[in-house]
Design a protein around this ligand. Structure first.
Ligand code: PMP
Length: 359
């Protein structure tokens, strides 16, 4: 068996030790004679798996007691609608910072449910930055302010937390658990699991209890934060296998030393890759240096006609998933928590060699 380096944006690579553990436990989960995938979500064994995963996530992010941690389905995309349904009435106004494709999608979904104002946008400069706070048209009457801390497609990331007079809602799908965050600064944090949490089929929502219990009439019960919290995220059958796998990933992170340790590793990996890009005339990254993503590194070749050759050569060298999103073209290396240093080194070696042979 040989495993390649997978740079895809999500579903993305899972730590190898987690896959090995899941493999070892797959047929007979810890002496039960059953797979975890075959068990009732209401049985004692799975309930413990679920509770342990939640406890581990709470420790990793130091989630305060007054927050609910939910393990839901529907992806981050369902949260684009769930957030307005839980946090505002149809006549209320919600604010959004538009930093790229994913915030644009969140905005579109919210517009069908409430009034939306774009408090700031970097669309004018092709989403190459996070708009600085002095450009924000902040209002105190907003039901909440929504941000996308890491734009997975554009490779733009906030390296600071906005302080605003309304609840802050964050789509952390592509940078949750990549570094410590102060959860108490947010009203809602949500994230699809298929990047830094585990595999697809699970969405984690961390919500200040003070914001729940006020969902608008007509909100489907599975989307109602208070109802899901009351039933331990088991209002209906949850995604048991992704939940179990998330627990293994959280355990892996705790054993590594937690988010401070992984953050240092992530910063070092990204720094190496950006340095390789910046020190060459062949590769470039369009994002303002201060706002570059530590998780998703888009880059273009000086000659776009070489894109296909670059990708084919990369595949042959065991470097997969590097094709940029169709909206922006070029390349993108997604280097989430589970990407080892050796993967970055292999990518940089390949890039240098490709540049040399393209000259
Ligand atoms: N938000 C961000 C920042 C994402 O990267 C993605 C998926 N790549 C989504 C939302 C959508 O997630 P899902 O496919 O889980 O609905």
């Amino acid at each position: 068996m040989s495993r390649i380096y997978n740079f895809s944006p999500g579903p993305a690579l899972v730590p190898e030790v987690v896959l090995e553990r899941a493999r070892d436990e797959l047929l007979d989960y810890r002496g039960t004679g059953m797979s975890i995938a075959e068990m009732s979500h209401r049985g004692k064994v799975f309930m413990k798996v679920a509770a342990d995963a939640e406890a581990s996530l709470r420790r990793l992010l130091a989630v305060p007691e007054h927050y609910d941690v939910l393990f839901l389905q529907g992806g981050a995309t369902l949260q684009f609608a769930a957030v307005p349904m839980n946090l505002c009435g149809s006549n209320d106004t919600a604010g959004y910072i538009n930093t790229g494709s994913w915030s644009s999608k969140a905005i579109k979904e919210a517009r069908a449910l409430c009034n939306v104002v774009e408090v700031a946008s970097s669309e004018g400069s092709k989403f190459d930055r996070i708009p600085p706070v002095d450009e924000w048209q902040m209002r105190e009457d907003l039901a909440y302010l929504h941000i996308t801390p890491n734009e997975t497609i554009g490779g733009v990331e906030y390296h600071w937390t906005p302080h605003v007079p309304v609840p802050l809602v964050a789509d952390m799908s592509s940078n949750i658990l990549s570094r410590p965050v102060d959860v108490s600064e947010y009203g809602v944090i949500y994230a699809g699991a298929q990047k830094n949490i585990g595999i697809s089929g699970l969405t984690v929502v961390i919500v200040d209890k003070a914001l729940t219990g006020k969902a608008r009439p007509g909100t489907p019960s599975v989307m109602d934060y208070a109802l899901q919290a009351k039933s331990d995220s088991m209002l209906n059958t949850p995604g048991t296998f992704p939940w179990y796998l998330a627990g293994l990933v959280f355990e892996w992170l705790e054993q590594l030393g937690g988010l401070t340790v992984i953050a240092e590793r992530n910063a070092r990996k990204a720094e190496r890759l950006y340095t390789a890009i910046d020190s060459s005339n062949f590769y470039s990254n369009p994002v303002m240096v201060s706002d570059r993503s530590v998780m998703n590194v888009p880059f273009t070749l000086a000659d776009a006609e070489r894109d296909t050759a670059f990708l084919e050569g990369a595949e042959a060298a065991g470097l997969s998933g590097l094709k940029g999103h169709r909206l922006v073209g070029g390349m993108r290396a997604s280097i989430y928590n589970a990407m080892p240093d050796d993967g970055i080194a292999a990518l940089i070696d390949y890039m240098r060699e490709f540049e040399r042979t393209s000259a």
